[in-house]
Design a protein around this ligand. Structure first.
Ligand code: HEC
Ligand code: HEC
Ligand code: HEC
Ligand code: HEC
Ligand code: HEC
Length: 217
């Protein structure tokens, strides 16, 4: 899954090990050290080639299909989920059925062999993330994934580092919008966002935590 990791697999375990020690010792100095020296641009720009050139620009952008049509878990579970071939076949049984890419899609469907999409965003095992908590607080996909609806091929645009997570947990107000707009890629931040954001923060009871066990459990 984490094919893009530049470190050998065992190094993934190392921070987990140190972390266990830290949570026990609760050493503030060490934490500050980790915070400042952790890499700031982890995997930004990572854009793997996919087995089928599925385009978000076309489907989510031009055709305007809502993110939740395919990423069905995003509002109710930690993971967003990648759609099964069946979802694509709702349309591609008929649309472009003779294109070589769609023939590949049809084979995946009839043989019941999933397409092996390459994972783009991936946190290390020792960090916990939950989509539903963010979506239900009025944080849009755009804040963390950028304008996916303009991407021919998905690319990581944010560092997904601990510092990046905490920046928003400390001050989520600039990122809050009405829940009904979380998948609206064209939503424009109002000029009085500070005021609107504060209202939403109260309305949705948004109070992101910063203690270690929120994300390391
Ligand atoms: C018709 C189905 C469909 C729709 C609609 C759709 N996606 Fe996707 N999405 C996919 C598929 C298939 C993949 C896996 C292949 C890829 O990465 O392009 C994917 C991958 C992604 C990824 C990368 C996942 C990873 O591996 O890290 C993100 C982020 C994403 N989609 C966000 C969105 C957002 C935001 C929207 C709405 C603006 C959206 N998607 C709409 C089908 C869809
Ligand atoms: C709501 C309908 C719909 C769904 C669902 C859908 N597509 Fe499409 N797809 C289209 C339309 C419409 C086109 C554009 C056809 C054209 O160019 O005439 C298209 C084009 C494509 C193309 C380009 C085909 C070519 O050779 O020009 C690919 C590849 C593709 N889709 C893959 C997928 C995959 C993979 C999924 C599932 C993750 C998916 N589509 C889901 C409607 C859909
Ligand atoms: C607060 C930041 C944030 C928001 C908001 C967010 N994501 Fe993500 N997304 C992430 C992170 C972080 C990962 C990697 C998670 C991991 O590796 O455990 C991820 C992974 C994904 C993946 C691939 C793995 C999975 O969960 O299935 C998809 C697809 C995805 N996001 C789609 C979306 C869509 C669609 C939206 C909006 C409806 C959205 N995300 C909103 C941060 C976010
Ligand atoms: C753009 C803003 C933003 C970013 C970026 C962000 N978060 Fe959050 N996070 C929130 C908000 C808002 C909440 C909801 C807090 C609440 O419900 O009170 C939240 C809640 C959470 C929760 C649920 C906490 C609980 O009480 O169970 C977890 C876990 C979490 N975030 C992890 C992460 C991780 C890991 C990252 C980085 C990969 C991240 N977040 C990045 C805004 C953000
Ligand atoms: C909002 C979520 C969040 C909170 C709260 C959080 N972390 Fe993290 N932490 C992360 C994420 C995400 C990573 C993984 C970043 C990466 O890919 O390297 C991480 C990585 C780490 C690492 C590995 C080294 C590094 O910087 O990459 C250590 C050690 C760590 N955290 C310690 C802590 C401690 C101690 C606390 C409490 C003071 C804490 N974290 C609170 C999200 C969080």
């Amino acid at each position: 899954m984490s094919g893009h990791n530049i470190f050998p697999k065992w190094s993934n375990k190392l921070p987990a090990f140190i972390l266990a020690g830290l949570l026990g010792a609760g050493s503030v100095v060490v934490v500050i050290f980790w915070y400042w020296f952790s890499p700031a641009n982890l995997n930004v720009g990572y854009q793997p080639k996919q087995p089928i050139p599925y385009s978000h620009r076309l489907h989510a952008g031009e055709l305007g299909i809502d993110c939740r049509y395919c990423h069905t878990g995003v509002e109710k579970s930690p993971t967003a989920g990648i759609p099964p071939t069946e979802t694509c076949m709702n349309c591609h049984k008929l649309i472009k059925k003779n294109s070589p890419h769609i023939i590949k899609l049809r084979e995946s469907f009839s043989k019941n062999v999933p397409i092996e999409w390459v994972r783009v965003h991936q946190l290390p095992d020792y960090a916990y993330f939950d989509h539903s908590r963010h979506i239900n607080s009025g944080v849009s996909c755009v804040s963390c994934h950028g304008r996916i609806d303009q991407m021919e091929t998905v690319r990581q645009v944010k560092p997904l580092s601990m510092g990046w997570c905490l920046d928003c947990h400390r001050d989520p107000v600039p990122h809050l919008r009405p829940k009904s707009e979380v998948t609206n890629m064209d939503w424009v931040t109002p000029s009085n966002q500070e005021e609107e954001g504060l209202k939403l923060k109260a309305l949705y009871h948004v109070n992101p935590r910063e203690d270690c066990t929120t994300c390391h459990r």
